[in-house]
Design a protein around this ligand. Structure first.
Ligand SMILES: [Zn+2]
Length: 511
């Protein structure tokens, strides 16, 4: 039998969600989990390894409630000023032609960026064409494992293309483009579900570190039969389901047209909402939808970076919290938010709430934002009370920030300075399960120079291989954009864009 491994992290300043302020505490870690918080200077158990955290602020590793491993290799490939649906027209151009090694590499790029920016666990919806595969999912899981992060990884799946999802879209395109959009197809859903089952049957990773889930990508892109199949599979294997829920106004409008009710109501009627369900973005939902989600014990991943980048709108986080809905914070992929920086996402979650109105008591506070990005996201990942807090029983997933860094000079209020000022540049060390994966600013688990060389060469090869798909995507952009603006503007109900007088008058003239 193995002897217990004890570590005592001494002399640090500990900040955990829910605590009134940072406190001078020592952290006793046993076999990768926090056993006890002790007053600073408590004598160490004789066999404990001592870790000196003098001049360090210790916070729980941030938890990313929504990202995509395939985005790592897509950095810089997404044009400026693209709304969601226009971005989606480029999906094949962005993610096509990838080998097993490319999938591993993309996930590793994403994971390294997260660790370097203070994140230790992520919910990852990963896409493969034409079908999810054991090989591809294992590549992504291995990438996270090799970097040393925790992850929940869901094959991102659909049985309708964008053109099949939105009635009238194909007809709105010029004939040649409409014909090519008509030819695009997804795999039949039974085949996709069979591939997912194979992945779950084969799962060999430690589920405390890396566990699978299911990611029906966007409800409109999935038939009811397919969503029902996802629900059954998730129930059978006890897995989470995450989907992009009402991310754009167009989705909300098209859903009403197709189902005669909101997307959330549609998912509720299909029996998908439960404590293992999370909706990413959830911008275009109303109070009834929020209550449906809250009553089912479901959760939401709020992605302020991506929501701003794609102009999707401002999610009503205060209303969600008021009705008891669990909320976490995510970055979304590196190709839709251009960074995997959870510090920036947390800051934006707080600041973005402040352009919704002058009622400052309704703004998301720094303390709330810190809680959402740690314990809140842990709940979305299905790791409630295990991650995102420095408390007995939780995993010792910790970030040590250098208090001599200019961000904290002078140090007055660690929480405010962390949420409002930190961007990851003060990170000195990152620990996952009691093991340092980054220390003294150096990543200890993988060779970052090799990572760069591999990424540069993959970029050249993939950009060449996907040139034709990119050309087609560009030719569709204008038409898809026009269709979605016209439909999105018809949204009835609570609005999530700040609309100018010009927007309102052009909407009136188009009606
Ligand atoms: Zn996403």
């Amino acid at each position: 039998m193995n002897a217990q491994r004890l570590q005592l992290i001494v002399n640090g300043l500990v900040l955990t969600p829910g605590a009134p302020a940072a406190a001078a505490l020592d952290i006793l870690v046993q076999d990768g989990r926090i056993r006890e918080l002790l007053p600073r200077g408590t004598p160490a158990p004789a066999d404990a390894e001592l870790i000196d955290a003098h001049d360090r602020l210790i916070v729980p590793g941030l938890v990313n409630a929504h990202t995509h491993a395939h985005g790592g290799l897509g950095k810089g490939a997404v044009g400026d000023r693209l709304p969601l649906e226009v971005f989606l027209t480029g999906s094949a151009a962005l993610n096509g032609s990838r080998t097993r090694d490319d999938k591993y590499l993309s996930a590793q790029l994403s994971a390294v960026e997260m660790v370097r920016k203070g994140c230790t666990a992520a919910y990852d919806l990963f896409v493969e064409f034409p079908l999810p595969s054991v090989e591809g999912m294992n590549a992504v899981a291995s990438a996270y494992q090799d970097v040393g992060m925790r992850a929940v990884i869901a094959p991102m799946i659909a049985d309708r293309t964008l053109y099949q999802a939105y009635p009238g879209l194909i007809e709105s395109l010029p004939k040649d483009l409409g014909d090519s959009a008509r030819r695009a197809a997804t795999a039949p859903y039974a085949e996709t579900l069979r591939a997912c089952r194979e992945i779950f049957d084969d799962w060999s990773f430690d589920r405390d570190q890396i566990r699978p889930a299911l990611g029906p990508t966007i409800p409109m892109h999935c038939s009811d039969e397919f969503l029902g199949g996802c629900r059954e599979l998730a129930d059978e294997f006890g897995l989470g389901i995450q989907t992009h829920l009402a991310e754009s106004a167009t989705q909300a409008v098209m859903a009403k047209q197709r189902y005669g009710k909101s997307l959330t109501a549609h998912l509720a009627d299909l029996g998908l909402l439960n404590a293992r369900f999370s909706g990413a973005h959830a911008i275009w939902i109303d109070g009834d939808d929020m209550r449906r989600l809250a009553d089912a014990g479901a959760s939401v991943a709020h992605n302020p970076l991506s929501n701003l980048r794609l102009g999707s709108g401002v999610a009503a986080v205060r209303e969600m919290l008021d009705c008891g809905l669990a909320v976490g914070i995510g970055t979304d992929a590196a190709n839709t938010s251009d960074t995997q920086n959870m510090f920036e996402a947390s800051r934006l979650a707080a600041y973005l709430s402040r352009i919704r109105g002058p009622q400052y008591q309704d703004w998301v506070s720094a303390e709330e934002s810190f809680t959402l990005a740690t314990a809140g996201s842990a709940r979305v990942l299905g790791f409630a009370d295990q991650l995102g807090a420095i408390v007995p029983g939780a995993f010792a997933d910790l970030v040590l920030l250098d208090l001599a860094h200019i961000n904290y000079v002078p140090l007055r209020d660690a929480l405010l300075q962390l949420v409002n000022g930190e961007n990851g540049s003060a990170i000195d060390a990152v620990m996952v399960g009691g093991r340092f994966i980054l220390r003294g600013g150096k990543l200890l688990t993988i060779d970052e120079e090799k990572l760069r060389r591999d990424a540069e060469s993959a970029r050249d090869r993939l950009d060449g291989a996907n040139a034709e798909a990119r050309r087609i995507a560009h030719s569709l952009e204008h038409w898809v954009g026009e269709f979605c603006v016209a439909h999105g503007c018809r949204h009835q109900g609570p609005h999530r864009h700040l609309r100018t007088e010009r927007d309102l008058s052009s909407q009136k003239s188009s009606q």
